[in-house]
Every structure is written in structure tokens, then in C-alpha cells.
Design a protein around this ligand. Structure first.
Ligand SMILES: C[S@@+](CC[C@H](N)C(=O)[O-])C[C@H]1O[C@@H](n2cnc3c(N)ncnc32)[C@H](O)[C@@H]1O
Length: 224
């Protein structure tokens, strides 16, 4: 487990506390695939960082893109059989290849440790071709408040035990219930001010070129 993070509930968990079965059950791409597809050229080569069980990998393959899927969790990666899957931490990944698109979604950019975040961005920069795109999904700017209950279809997520930490980070517990089965995950994240992200992107050799969504959750960055 990563420091300060953990997960409870049925089945195996990735080092960040994500439950493998939870991601298998909630495998619908939920429009993320369409958003990404609309932002990139047809038949793009994509490096997907933190792919999980392939929730978005599979739809992107079906849309005609070539995807190389990366995750540090062997249990997550074992679910991906349709394409090349590489077990690695994002920070340590150094392939001798570049891609049209590097995708790092699921709020991985919101890791609370500034040095770790820079390493993630350096991996993105290393693997994107000149003129290519790094697509990032970040938490919507602003503080997290609890308790909060989010419900859709058969899934309930409750956010609780929000704790403000030094340096602008926050800890929170996310509890999921689906068809009577429950999981929880303790996360530590940091929301990034625009200039903070811009500065780290620049250090990694990238610059933000646009937001893909009005809420600024999806960011396109490109090599400087
Ligand atoms: C919340 S899940 C989301 C998976 C997928 N992106 C999706 O949208 O369904 C996060 C995934 O990222 C992986 N992950 C988190 N931090 C990572 C890191 N530093 N290096 C490699 N994988 C990481 C976890 O193992 C997990 O599979």
C-alpha cells in the first residue's frame, strides 16, 4: 500500500487502495472514452497510465486507437488481455517509444506529494511525441466537502472524514456500495491552482494548451 492510503472490502486491492472487483463491476466508460476520442486524431497511439482493469482501454481500442496500458497493480493488469499491458509505477516507466497521446486520468495528477507529481509529469513528457498531447484528468479546482453522497444507477459513493493536511492537501474516505457490497478507500489528494499546475508542467517540459471541459477537470498539455 502507498503511504497514508488503503482500501477495504471484497477482493484484492491495488497499492493505491483501488479495489479490483469494484472497477470490474463499474466497468462502463461513462463517456470518458468519447471525451478522449473527440480530443485526439483517429487511429492514435495512446499510452494509458494507471489503466486499472481497462475500463477506458477497451472502448478506446474499439474506437480504433492503439493503446499501451500501464499500471503498477498486477491484479488490475491481469484483466487486460486485448492489448500490450505493462506493469510499472508511472514514475519509473521509461519506454524507448513515444506516443501521439499520453493519457493520465482518474485524478492521479492530484497526488499530494509535489515531487511525486513532478515525476508523473516527467513520465508523461518523456513518452509524448513532439506535437502530441498529454491528457490529464484532475479534480475540479476547489476544496472537498463532506459528508457528501453521490448516487447514480446502482452505485452510491459517500465521502466522509475529510481532513485538511499541511500544504493544501486533503485526506478523505470514499465508501462505495453496489448491490449491497461495500468498499472503502482512504485517499490523500491535493487540488492544484492553475499557476501551480502550469509551473510543474513547465518544469517537466510541458505547457497547458487547453481545457477540454468547462469545469477544467480535463487538461491538454503539449511539449514546449
Ligand atoms: C482509480 S483506478 C482508475 C483506473 C482507470 N484509469 C479507470 O478510469 O477506470 C487508479 C489506477 O491507477 C493505478 N495507479 C495509481 N497510482 C499509480 C502509480 N503511481 N503508478 C502506476 N499505477 C498507479 C492503480 O493501481 C489503479 O489501477
Amino acid at each position: 500500500m502507498r503511504v497514508g492510503q488503503g482500501g477495504t472490502g471484497p477482493g484484492a486491492h491495488a497499492p493505491d487502495g483501488s479495489a479490483i472487483e469494484l472497477y470490474e463491476i463499474t466497468s462502463a466508460a461513462g463517456g470518458d472514452d468519447e471525451l478522449i476520442n473527440a480530443a485526439i486524431a483517429p487511429n492514435s497511439s495512446i499510452l494509458e497510465l494507471g489503466c486499472g482493469v481497462g475500463r477506458v482501454t477497451r472502448p478506446l481500442l474499439a474506437l480504433g486507437h492503439q493503446v499501451v496500458a500501464v499500471d503498477e497493480s498486477p491484479d488490475m493488469l491481469a484483466r487486460i488481455t486485448e492489448t500490450e499491458a505493462i506493469r510499472s509505477t508511472i514514475a519509473d516507466l521509461r519506454l524507448d517509444r513515444q506516443f501521439d497521446v499520453v493519457l493520465m486520468m482518474s485524478f492521479l495528477i492530484n497526488v499530494a506529494d509535489d515531487a511525486e507529481r513532478l515525476r508523473l509529469l516527467e513520465t508523461c513528457a518523456h513518452h509524448v511525441r513532439p506535437g502530441g498531447s498529454v491528457l490529464l484528468q484532475q479534480e475540479v479546482p476547489g476544496r472537498r466537502h463532506a459528508p457528501a453522497v453521490l448516487e447514480n444507477d446502482n452505485r452510491t459513493m459517500v465521502i466522509s472524514d475529510v481532513e485538511d493536511l499541511p500544504g493544501g492537501a486533503q485526506a478523505a474516505t470514499l465508501a462505495y456500495t453496489i448491490d449491497g457490497r461495500s468498499w472503502s478507500q482512504r485517499i490523500i489528494t491535493k487540488n492544484l491552482a492553475e499557476d501551480e499546475l502550469a509551473a510543474q508542467l513547465a518544469t517537466a517540459g510541458l505547457r497547458r494548451t487547453e481545457y477540454l471541459t468547462p469545469d477544467k477537470a480535463w487538461v491538454r498539455a503539449q511539449p514546449i
